[in-house]
Design a protein. Structure first.
Length: 181
């Protein structure tokens, strides 16, 4: 009886609770169906927002939007995927901790292969990104790959710039504390 109650609560939360519905919807956008690739190339345009980044425990990202294009085609036994993106991610400024909008743009190539990585001839090849899928997989979940591509496109140092006179655009209250210390 108790196990049945837990099951009902789990099903309710998974399918009916709004945040879980959003998570599934966002995650499904970044999953690439593999069955159609035998006949034609796949192109998918996705607009990601803060809901996408909330799937990951990255408290650093305050807000975001990004237009992502996934292009996939099958070449022999490999599926070639190109991930192009452009957008803006809001993070705290490294200097004053105020919100800072950072532009991101990039294009990354990924090869999807079936089988085990250890069985491959190119194991340890760092020239290209390779994701191994189980044989017979119906889709490739590119959620983590897209997330990492967007995060790696952000600059290492994120600070507000300077105005025309060379004065920092950071929060003056915070910069006052920095200068005093």
């Amino acid at each position: 009886m108790i196990a049945e109650c837990f099951l009902v609560v789990y099903i309710f939360l998974y399918f009916c609770h709004p945040i879980y519905g959003i998570m599934n919807e966002v995650q499904n956008q970044v999953k690439l169906p593999l069955s159609n690739l035998e006949r034609k190339a796949e192109r998918r345009e996705i607009r990601l927002n803060a809901d996408f980044f909330s799937l990951f425990d990255n408290s650093e990202i305050l807000d975001a939007y990004a237009d992502v294009v996934l292009e996939a085609k099958k070449v022999a036994e490999t599926i070639s995927v190109v991930v192009s993106f452009e957008g803006e991610i809001t993070v705290p400024c490294d200097r004053c901790l105020e919100a800072l909008a950072v532009s991101v743009r990039g294009e990354n190539a990924l090869s999807l292969r079936f089988g085990e990585a250890e069985d491959s001839d190119d194991w340890g090849n760092e020239e290209e990104d390779v994701m191994y899928l189980n044989r017979g997989a119906g889709e490739a979940d590119l959620t983590v790959y897209v997330y990492e591509s967007l995060c790696l496109a952000m600059p290492i140092q994120r600070v507000h710039g300077d105005d025309a006179e060379g004065n920092s655009l950071c929060n003056p209250e915070m910069t006052k504390y920095i200068k005093d210390s």
